[in-house]
Design a binder for this molecule. Structure first.
Ligand code: FES
Length: 107
């Protein structure tokens, strides 16, 4: 089973920085890169800093606490100290509306 959460218009999502979306146990960091929307787990896999507050470099977000960089498509860290991936969430874009999909068990 999955839940769909409306994120609103793509154009209204900030470019170059994240927003945090909380849904139940899920804490999700959402990013807009051009017209594409990406969503990964907001809790850094190293020490749970908020990745939505990190700086975006292309397709990588830098953890604001210790600097590990996470890929927005894979959730994989590209640098230490984090060694484990964060979850990746599906985002559906229809027209100009973006929807976050949360699967049970993810996150
Ligand atoms: S909390 Fe993110 S790298 Fe340490």
């Amino acid at each position: 089973m999955s839940e769909k959460i409306a994120l609103g218009s793509v154009a209204d999502l900030p470019a170059g920085r994240g927003i945090r979306v909380d849904y139940g146990e899920h804490r999700v960091a959402v990013f807009r890169v051009g017209d594409a929307i990406y969503a990964i787990g907001d809790r850094c896999s190293h020490a749970e800093a908020s990745l939505a507050e990190g700086e975006l470099f292309g397709m990588e977000v830098e953890c604001p606490r210790h600097g590990s960089e996470f890929n927005l498509e894979t959730g994989l860290p590209g640098s230490f100290p984090a060694t484990k991936p964060v979850p990746v969430y599906e985002v559906i874009v229809q027209g100009d509306q973006a929807t976050l999909v949360i699967e049970d068990g993810a996150g």
